[in-house]
Design a protein around this ligand. Structure first.
Ligand code: GDP
Length: 296
């Protein structure tokens, strides 16, 4: 379900509620059931939806509702604050400082948009006055280095990689060292993806992280992966210290629920969203406007 649809369904459940004269537990449960259904359709994971439902019931005071306060508003506010709470893990992500070298490592499944997002992230910071550089430590996928090279060249960002070296750890370390010497303050390491969450992928990621000691590991997730979001994000978090999430492909048939699941699974905030294939189709993620849009 796309975001607008979810907003529409929640709005309709709330509308029904405000048309009822007496709000008792049954009416509230009916309303929450409809909202729950809408959230599940939007790929918010089942345990999260359950938790949210019980939290809303705790917040919403039935007596207050019966006293004729604006019922729709009270429930809407409870949903708003619950969704915001879910998207805010309570601690901000590491943010790179200018003129001080930071290493940021990108992880995610193949096709999630990792390589594209690395360049977007570099380009975004370059415009803010940073001196970024890109390292291609993906030796698994043929063409990965060419893709990064092409993107980097377009954005005039220095890059490092190899056509012949097969050890991703070696390339990552060499790349990071090279750019530290060149006084780059934001060294971005793109890692290999693979199609599935295989043990070798996680082992390789772990080794690259151990060797480059990143200040931040960003998990890149395709917004269209659906209910698998929670498990996938959790699997990555269990192997490397994921500290932030970027959700890609929020244009098109994007589902909002994946973002909530990824935050819950990694206990890390979403920092940007990808909204297209181009370099500048990249937005800072803000919880409140996102939830407002979600609720229509
Ligand atoms: P990787 O395998 O994770 O490195 O993924 P790529 O960066 O190669 O991206 C896979 C495909 O998704 C490419 O065709 C990208 O152009 C596309 N892509 C990446 N981010 C976005 C996005 O935010 N929106 C859209 N529509 N496409 C994207």
């Amino acid at each position: 379900m796309v975001l607008a649809e979810l907003g529409g369904q929640i709005a309709s459940a709330l509308q029904k509620m405000s048309n009822v004269t007496i709000i008792d537990e049954k009416a509230l449960n009916e309303c929450l059931k409809e909202i729950t259904r809408a959230l599940l359709h939007s790929d918010v994971s089942f345990p999260l939806v359950r938790e949210m439902q019980s939290n809303i019931k705790k917040i919403v005071n039935l007596e207050e509702l019966a006293a004729g306060h604006n019922k729709r508003r009270i429930i809407e506010q409870a949903i708003f604050s619950e969704l915001c709470k879910m998207l805010d893990p309570g601690k901000p992500a590491f943010s790179p400082k200018k003129a001080k070298p930071s290493v940021v490592m990108f992880v995610g499944l193949q096709g999630a948009g990792k390589t594209t997002t690395c360049t977007k992230y570099a380009y975004y910071h370059q415009k803010k006055g940073y001196k970024p550089a890109l390292v291609c430590a993906d030796t698994f996928r043929a063409g990965a280095f060419d893709q990064l090279k092409q993107n980097a060249t377009k954005a005039r960002i220095p890059f490092y990689g190899s056509y012949t070296e097969s050890d991703p750890v070696k390339i990552a370390v060499e790349g990071v060292d090279t750019f530290k010497k060149e006084n780059c303050d934001l060294i971005i390491v793109d890692t290999s993806g693979r199609h599935k969450q295989e043990a070798t992928l996680f082992e390789e990621m772990r080794q690259v992280a151990e060797a480059t000691k990143p200040d931040l590991v960003i998990f890149v997730m395709d917004s269209s992966i659906g209910q698998a979001a929670f498990d996938q994000a959790q699997a990555f978090k269990q192997s490397v210290a994921v500290g932030a999430v970027i959700i890609t492909k929020m244009d098109g048939h994007a589902k909002g629920g994946g973002a909530l699941s990824a935050v819950a699974a990694t206990k890390s905030p979403v920092i940007f969203i990808g909204t297209g294939e181009h370099m500048d189709e990249f937005e800072v993620f803000d919880v409140k406007p996102f939830v407002s849009r979600l609720l229509g």
